[in-house]
Unconditional design. Structure first.
Length: 248
């Protein structure tokens, strides 16, 4: 239980779901952890779960100017960073005709634009060697109805895992991705649906998963621990698909 011993780490969107579970596992593996979130309730809950072992920061993942401040705050607090998990994201699912520019820009800002400029801002603080893990989605590979904008942002993030790997590997920075399928997290509860519609959506998604169940946050977190650790030095620009077979 010391695969991340002494590593200085940052997890965006680390106050609930996959991010919070990953932070818990990082700490259990010996890492120093900073997490970000925006919801005061989940920020408090994260402190209750992680305690003083984590630096908990309120940062909007879509605010480009805030990313430079986040990088500086964490970099100065830890003296640098060895691993970053870009996890903050939003799943806004709508049919094509329901989209408007504001909604499009919100998804793009949280899922792709903000993460891109956070990575840029973190460059002076990233150690050699270090690891960046991007949380993408199986939706980047499949044609799921109503997921057009969400899938596009995740496909863009997945592309960054490859292009930034080619650009940054000379500096000792590895960039890889995890692509989860449907996971039991609060994300689905944020879609603004009624309980009946949410259940209908869940059943429709489950029908596409050969494993017959939703994944667990802990299953994704274990993959992130592997990619953040020294166990994966030859993983560069790779993608771990963890989807219960949904993409088959």
């Amino acid at each position: 239980m010391n695969r991340l011993e002494g590593k200085r780490t940052l997890i965006t969107g680390g106050t609930s779901g996959i991010g919070l579970e990953t932070a818990r596992q990082f700490i259990a593996e010996g890492a120093r952890v900073a997490v970000t979130g925006t919801n005061p309730k989940t920020l408090e809950e994260a402190h209750a779960v992680l305690g003083d072992a984590a630096l908990i920061l309120r940062v909007d993942a879509a605010d480009v100017d805030a990313q430079a401040g986040l990088a500086r705050t964490v970099g100065e607090a830890f003296g640098g960073l060895d691993a970053v998990f870009i996890n903050a994201g939003v799943a806004d699912l709508r049919p094509l005709e329901a989209w408007d520019p504001a909604g499009f820009d919100r998804s793009l800002g949280i899922n792709l634009r903000g993460p891109f400029f956070l990575i840029q801002a973190l460059l002076p603080w990233l150690a050699d060697p270090s690891s960046i893990v991007l949380n993408t989605s199986i939706n980047a590979h499949i044609g799921m109805p109503t997921s057009s904008v969400y899938a596009a942002t995740k496909a863009g993030l997945l592309s960054l895992a490859r292009t930034l790997s080619g650009e940054l590997i000379g500096r000792g920075i590895r960039v890889n991705a995890v692509s989860p399928g449907p996971v039991s997290t609060p994300l689905y509860g944020k879609l603004g649906m009624s309980a009946a519609d949410l259940d209908k959506t869940a059943q429709a998604i489950l029908a596409q998963v050969p494993a017959g169940r939703f994944g667990q946050a802990s299953e994704i977190a274990k993959a992130v621990v592997f990619l953040a650790s020294d166990e994966s030095p030859f993983a560069v620009g790779s993608e771990l698909i963890i989807d219960g077979g949904m993409g088959l």
